[in-house]
Design a protein around this ligand. Structure first.
Ligand code: SAM
Length: 299
Protein backbone atom coordinates (compact mmCIF):
# COMPACT_ATOMS: atom_id res chain seq x y z
CA UNK A 1 0.00 0.00 0.00
CA UNK A 2 1.21 3.47 -0.88
CA UNK A 3 -0.61 5.42 1.77
CA UNK A 4 0.28 4.93 5.40
CA UNK A 5 -3.29 5.76 6.39
CA UNK A 6 -4.73 2.95 4.27
CA UNK A 7 -2.16 0.57 5.71
CA UNK A 8 -3.21 1.50 9.21
CA UNK A 9 -6.90 0.95 8.41
CA UNK A 10 -6.15 -2.46 6.94
CA UNK A 11 -4.05 -3.42 9.91
CA UNK A 12 -6.92 -2.55 12.20
CA UNK A 13 -9.54 -4.98 10.89
CA UNK A 14 -10.28 -7.67 13.52
CA UNK A 15 -9.15 -11.11 12.36
CA UNK A 16 -10.68 -13.04 15.25
CA UNK A 17 -14.29 -13.67 16.26
CA UNK A 18 -15.28 -16.84 14.44
CA UNK A 19 -14.85 -20.51 15.42
CA UNK A 20 -12.33 -21.36 12.65
CA UNK A 21 -9.87 -18.60 13.55
CA UNK A 22 -10.21 -19.34 17.26
CA UNK A 23 -9.47 -23.03 16.71
CA UNK A 24 -6.49 -22.16 14.49
CA UNK A 25 -4.97 -19.91 17.16
CA UNK A 26 -5.60 -22.43 19.95
CA UNK A 27 -4.02 -25.23 17.94
CA UNK A 28 -1.02 -23.15 16.91
CA UNK A 29 -0.18 -22.63 20.58
CA UNK A 30 -1.44 -25.98 21.92
CA UNK A 31 -3.57 -23.99 24.31
CA UNK A 32 -5.27 -25.91 27.11
CA UNK A 33 -8.40 -24.30 28.61
CA UNK A 34 -8.16 -23.63 32.34
CA UNK A 35 -11.51 -24.20 34.00
CA UNK A 36 -10.34 -22.42 37.14
CA UNK A 37 -10.01 -19.16 35.15
CA UNK A 38 -13.56 -19.32 33.73
CA UNK A 39 -12.35 -19.47 30.13
CA UNK A 40 -15.19 -19.35 27.59
CA UNK A 41 -14.01 -17.50 24.51
CA UNK A 42 -16.40 -15.55 22.28
CA UNK A 43 -16.76 -16.93 18.74
CA UNK A 44 -19.59 -14.80 17.35
CA UNK A 45 -18.86 -11.59 15.45
CA UNK A 46 -22.46 -10.32 15.85
CA UNK A 47 -22.21 -10.55 19.63
CA UNK A 48 -18.82 -8.82 19.55
CA UNK A 49 -20.20 -5.96 17.44
CA UNK A 50 -23.17 -5.68 19.77
CA UNK A 51 -20.97 -5.41 22.88
CA UNK A 52 -18.80 -2.70 21.30
CA UNK A 53 -21.89 -0.74 20.24
CA UNK A 54 -23.59 -1.19 23.61
CA UNK A 55 -20.47 0.00 25.41
CA UNK A 56 -20.66 3.25 23.43
CA UNK A 57 -16.92 3.30 22.77
CA UNK A 58 -15.74 6.58 21.29
CA UNK A 59 -12.46 7.23 19.52
CA UNK A 60 -10.95 9.11 22.43
CA UNK A 61 -11.84 6.49 25.06
CA UNK A 62 -9.43 4.52 27.19
CA UNK A 63 -10.86 1.04 27.79
CA UNK A 64 -9.97 -1.48 30.45
CA UNK A 65 -10.60 -5.03 29.29
CA UNK A 66 -10.63 -7.71 31.96
CA UNK A 67 -9.54 -11.14 30.71
CA UNK A 68 -8.77 -10.70 26.99
CA UNK A 69 -8.36 -14.47 26.41
CA UNK A 70 -6.81 -14.84 22.94
CA UNK A 71 -7.51 -11.16 22.20
CA UNK A 72 -10.75 -11.46 20.22
CA UNK A 73 -12.71 -8.62 21.82
CA UNK A 74 -9.46 -6.71 22.33
CA UNK A 75 -9.10 -6.40 18.55
CA UNK A 76 -12.61 -4.95 18.26
CA UNK A 77 -11.95 -2.56 21.13
CA UNK A 78 -8.62 -1.49 19.67
CA UNK A 79 -10.38 -0.52 16.44
CA UNK A 80 -12.91 1.63 18.28
CA UNK A 81 -10.94 3.24 21.13
CA UNK A 82 -7.84 5.40 21.53
CA UNK A 83 -6.28 3.05 24.05
CA UNK A 84 -6.99 -0.42 25.42
CA UNK A 85 -5.43 -1.90 28.55
CA UNK A 86 -6.11 -5.61 28.90
CA UNK A 87 -5.43 -7.50 32.12
CA UNK A 88 -5.05 -11.27 31.73
CA UNK A 89 -4.21 -13.68 34.58
CA UNK A 90 -3.25 -16.74 32.49
CA UNK A 91 0.43 -16.62 31.57
CA UNK A 92 -0.12 -19.16 28.79
CA UNK A 93 -2.21 -16.57 26.91
CA UNK A 94 0.49 -13.88 26.83
CA UNK A 95 2.45 -15.21 23.79
CA UNK A 96 -0.88 -15.68 21.99
CA UNK A 97 -1.89 -12.07 22.75
CA UNK A 98 1.50 -10.84 21.51
CA UNK A 99 0.70 -12.59 18.25
CA UNK A 100 -2.99 -11.67 17.81
CA UNK A 101 -2.52 -8.07 18.98
CA UNK A 102 0.83 -7.54 17.26
CA UNK A 103 -0.67 -5.17 14.68
CA UNK A 104 -2.34 -2.92 17.25
CA UNK A 105 -0.11 -0.23 18.69
CA UNK A 106 -2.77 1.15 21.04
CA UNK A 107 -3.03 -1.98 23.21
CA UNK A 108 -1.18 -2.74 26.43
CA UNK A 109 -1.43 -6.21 27.96
CA UNK A 110 -0.80 -6.69 31.68
CA UNK A 111 -0.26 -10.24 32.95
CA UNK A 112 -1.86 -10.11 36.39
CA UNK A 113 -4.91 -10.88 38.49
CA UNK A 114 -7.25 -7.93 37.92
CA UNK A 115 -8.23 -8.00 41.60
CA UNK A 116 -4.62 -7.10 42.46
CA UNK A 117 -4.23 -4.31 39.91
CA UNK A 118 -4.38 -0.68 41.09
CA UNK A 119 -7.01 0.52 38.61
CA UNK A 120 -6.90 4.12 39.87
CA UNK A 121 -3.13 4.24 39.14
CA UNK A 122 -3.82 2.72 35.74
CA UNK A 123 -6.41 5.41 34.94
CA UNK A 124 -3.87 8.02 36.05
CA UNK A 125 -1.10 6.60 33.81
CA UNK A 126 -3.19 5.80 30.79
CA UNK A 127 -5.96 8.40 30.85
CA UNK A 128 -4.69 11.34 32.90
CA UNK A 129 -6.94 10.26 35.79
CA UNK A 130 -10.08 10.52 33.62
CA UNK A 131 -12.66 7.71 33.94
CA UNK A 132 -12.11 4.49 32.03
CA UNK A 133 -14.76 2.44 30.30
CA UNK A 134 -14.63 -1.19 31.37
CA UNK A 135 -15.61 -3.82 28.81
CA UNK A 136 -15.28 -7.55 29.39
CA UNK A 137 -16.53 -11.04 28.89
CA UNK A 138 -16.04 -11.73 32.57
CA UNK A 139 -14.81 -14.93 34.15
CA UNK A 140 -18.07 -15.94 35.87
CA UNK A 141 -16.41 -17.23 39.04
CA UNK A 142 -15.41 -13.71 40.11
CA UNK A 143 -18.02 -11.46 38.47
CA UNK A 144 -19.28 -9.97 41.74
CA UNK A 145 -15.88 -9.23 43.37
CA UNK A 146 -14.69 -7.58 40.14
CA UNK A 147 -17.75 -5.33 39.72
CA UNK A 148 -18.10 -4.47 43.39
CA UNK A 149 -14.34 -3.85 43.64
CA UNK A 150 -14.58 -1.29 40.83
CA UNK A 151 -17.54 0.47 42.51
CA UNK A 152 -16.56 0.30 46.17
CA UNK A 153 -12.97 1.40 45.67
CA UNK A 154 -14.28 4.50 43.90
CA UNK A 155 -11.91 4.03 40.98
CA UNK A 156 -12.54 6.36 38.03
CA UNK A 157 -14.88 4.28 35.88
CA UNK A 158 -17.54 5.78 33.61
CA UNK A 159 -19.34 2.60 32.62
CA UNK A 160 -18.98 -1.15 32.83
CA UNK A 161 -20.28 -3.23 29.92
CA UNK A 162 -19.87 -6.89 30.65
CA UNK A 163 -20.93 -10.38 29.71
CA UNK A 164 -22.10 -12.18 32.82
CA UNK A 165 -24.22 -15.19 33.69
CA UNK A 166 -27.82 -14.36 32.72
CA UNK A 167 -29.02 -15.07 36.23
CA UNK A 168 -26.49 -12.56 37.63
CA UNK A 169 -27.58 -9.90 35.11
CA UNK A 170 -31.18 -10.45 36.21
CA UNK A 171 -30.19 -10.07 39.86
CA UNK A 172 -28.35 -6.83 39.14
CA UNK A 173 -31.42 -5.15 37.71
CA UNK A 174 -34.10 -6.73 39.95
CA UNK A 175 -36.33 -4.51 42.07
CA UNK A 176 -38.12 -5.05 45.43
CA UNK A 177 -40.49 -8.00 45.63
CA UNK A 178 -38.78 -9.97 42.86
CA UNK A 179 -37.36 -13.38 43.73
CA UNK A 180 -33.89 -12.42 42.51
CA UNK A 181 -33.81 -9.05 44.34
CA UNK A 182 -31.00 -9.03 46.86
CA UNK A 183 -27.81 -7.46 48.19
CA UNK A 184 -26.22 -7.48 44.71
CA UNK A 185 -29.22 -5.64 43.17
CA UNK A 186 -29.02 -2.92 45.81
CA UNK A 187 -25.24 -2.58 45.67
CA UNK A 188 -25.21 -2.29 41.87
CA UNK A 189 -28.19 0.11 41.81
CA UNK A 190 -26.61 2.36 44.46
CA UNK A 191 -23.63 2.96 42.18
CA UNK A 192 -25.01 2.57 38.66
CA UNK A 193 -27.97 2.40 36.34
CA UNK A 194 -28.16 -1.19 35.01
CA UNK A 195 -29.40 -2.01 31.54
CA UNK A 196 -29.45 -5.51 30.02
CA UNK A 197 -28.34 -5.18 26.41
CA UNK A 198 -28.67 -8.72 25.09
CA UNK A 199 -29.09 -12.35 26.04
CA UNK A 200 -26.37 -14.57 24.62
CA UNK A 201 -26.80 -18.35 24.17
CA UNK A 202 -24.05 -20.90 25.03
CA UNK A 203 -23.23 -21.63 21.36
CA UNK A 204 -21.57 -18.20 21.03
CA UNK A 205 -18.66 -19.41 23.18
CA UNK A 206 -15.87 -21.96 23.05
CA UNK A 207 -16.13 -24.09 25.10
CA UNK A 208 -19.89 -23.73 25.64
CA UNK A 209 -20.84 -22.68 29.17
CA UNK A 210 -23.59 -24.66 30.92
CA UNK A 211 -25.66 -21.54 31.55
CA UNK A 212 -27.07 -18.69 29.48
CA UNK A 213 -25.25 -15.35 29.45
CA UNK A 214 -26.24 -11.72 29.10
CA UNK A 215 -24.51 -8.45 28.34
CA UNK A 216 -25.26 -5.79 30.92
CA UNK A 217 -24.23 -2.15 30.87
CA UNK A 218 -23.82 -0.31 34.16
CA UNK A 219 -23.64 3.47 33.87
CA UNK A 220 -22.00 4.83 36.96
CA UNK A 221 -23.87 7.65 38.72
CA UNK A 222 -21.88 10.77 39.47
CA UNK A 223 -23.85 10.93 42.71
CA UNK A 224 -25.67 7.91 44.17
CA UNK A 225 -29.46 8.13 43.71
CA UNK A 226 -30.01 8.14 47.49
CA UNK A 227 -28.21 10.04 50.25
CA UNK A 228 -27.04 8.05 53.25
CA UNK A 229 -24.90 9.16 56.17
CA UNK A 230 -22.90 5.95 56.57
CA UNK A 231 -22.57 3.95 53.35
CA UNK A 232 -20.76 1.06 55.07
CA UNK A 233 -23.48 0.71 57.71
CA UNK A 234 -26.18 0.68 55.02
CA UNK A 235 -24.45 -2.18 53.21
CA UNK A 236 -24.04 -4.12 56.49
CA UNK A 237 -27.79 -3.69 57.05
CA UNK A 238 -28.55 -4.79 53.48
CA UNK A 239 -26.38 -7.91 53.82
CA UNK A 240 -28.00 -8.78 57.16
CA UNK A 241 -31.50 -8.34 55.69
CA UNK A 242 -30.88 -10.82 52.89
CA UNK A 243 -28.71 -13.30 54.83
CA UNK A 244 -31.70 -15.17 56.12
CA UNK A 245 -34.29 -14.74 53.42
CA UNK A 246 -37.22 -16.36 55.18
CA UNK A 247 -36.75 -14.33 58.34
CA UNK A 248 -38.31 -10.96 59.01
CA UNK A 249 -36.18 -7.84 58.63
CA UNK A 250 -36.11 -7.44 62.44
CA UNK A 251 -34.79 -10.97 62.99
CA UNK A 252 -32.24 -10.65 60.18
CA UNK A 253 -30.82 -7.50 61.75
CA UNK A 254 -30.89 -8.94 65.28
CA UNK A 255 -29.06 -12.13 64.27
CA UNK A 256 -26.35 -10.39 62.26
CA UNK A 257 -22.73 -10.77 63.40
CA UNK A 258 -21.94 -7.51 61.59
CA UNK A 259 -24.43 -5.35 63.53
CA UNK A 260 -24.82 -4.45 67.16
CA UNK A 261 -28.31 -3.00 67.66
CA UNK A 262 -30.75 -3.98 70.40
CA UNK A 263 -34.15 -5.52 69.67
CA UNK A 264 -35.79 -2.28 70.78
CA UNK A 265 -33.61 -0.07 68.55
CA UNK A 266 -34.39 -2.25 65.55
CA UNK A 267 -38.14 -2.33 66.22
CA UNK A 268 -38.24 1.45 66.72
CA UNK A 269 -36.31 2.04 63.50
CA UNK A 270 -38.71 -0.16 61.49
CA UNK A 271 -41.66 1.72 63.02
CA UNK A 272 -40.03 5.09 62.15
CA UNK A 273 -39.76 3.85 58.60
CA UNK A 274 -43.54 3.41 58.62
CA UNK A 275 -43.34 -0.37 58.09
CA UNK A 276 -45.03 -3.26 59.91
CA UNK A 277 -42.93 -5.06 62.58
CA UNK A 278 -43.04 -8.30 60.53
CA UNK A 279 -41.86 -6.70 57.26
CA UNK A 280 -39.36 -8.67 55.16
CA UNK A 281 -36.14 -7.13 53.88
CA UNK A 282 -36.84 -8.07 50.27
CA UNK A 283 -39.74 -5.59 50.12
CA UNK A 284 -37.63 -2.55 51.04
CA UNK A 285 -36.42 -0.13 48.37
CA UNK A 286 -32.92 1.34 48.25
CA UNK A 287 -34.36 4.62 49.63
CA UNK A 288 -35.85 2.74 52.58
CA UNK A 289 -32.56 0.97 53.34
CA UNK A 290 -30.81 4.36 53.30
CA UNK A 291 -33.44 5.80 55.64
CA UNK A 292 -33.28 2.76 57.95
CA UNK A 293 -29.50 3.10 58.08
CA UNK A 294 -29.75 6.81 58.98
CA UNK A 295 -32.31 6.09 61.73
CA UNK A 296 -30.18 3.26 63.19
CA UNK A 297 -26.98 5.32 63.02
CA UNK A 298 -28.61 7.70 65.52
CA UNK A 299 -29.53 4.90 67.96
N1 SAM B 1 -12.33 -11.90 26.46
C1 SAM B 1 -12.16 -13.25 25.99
C2 SAM B 1 -13.28 -13.59 25.04
O1 SAM B 1 -14.34 -12.97 25.15
O2 SAM B 1 -13.12 -14.48 24.21
C3 SAM B 1 -12.06 -14.26 27.13
C4 SAM B 1 -13.19 -14.25 28.12
S1 SAM B 1 -13.13 -15.58 29.29
C5 SAM B 1 -14.83 -15.67 29.77
C6 SAM B 1 -12.44 -14.84 30.77
C7 SAM B 1 -10.98 -14.46 30.68
O3 SAM B 1 -10.60 -13.87 31.94
C8 SAM B 1 -10.02 -15.61 30.47
O4 SAM B 1 -9.07 -15.25 29.49
C9 SAM B 1 -9.35 -15.83 31.83
O5 SAM B 1 -8.06 -16.39 31.74
C10 SAM B 1 -9.34 -14.39 32.36
N2 SAM B 1 -9.30 -14.28 33.84
C11 SAM B 1 -9.84 -15.12 34.75
N3 SAM B 1 -9.62 -14.67 36.00
C12 SAM B 1 -8.95 -13.49 35.88
C13 SAM B 1 -8.43 -12.54 36.81
N4 SAM B 1 -8.58 -12.72 38.11
N5 SAM B 1 -7.76 -11.47 36.34
C14 SAM B 1 -7.60 -11.29 34.98
N6 SAM B 1 -8.07 -12.15 34.06
C15 SAM B 1 -8.74 -13.23 34.49
Amino acid sequence: MVSGIIEEDEMKQPTLGNPQETIAVLQKYNFVFQKKFGQNFLIDTHVLDKIIRAAGIEENDCVLEIGPGIGTMTQYLACAARRVVAVEIDRALIPILEDTLGGYDNVRVINDDVLKVDIAALAEDENGGQPLKVVANLPYYITTPIIMGLFENHVPVKSITVMVQKEVADRMQAGPGRKDYGALSLAVQYYARPYVVANVPPNCFMPRPKVGSAVIRLDRYEEPPVKVRDEKLMFRIIRASFNQRRKTLANGLKNSQELDFTKEEIENAIACLGREPGVRGETLTLEEFAKLSDILSES
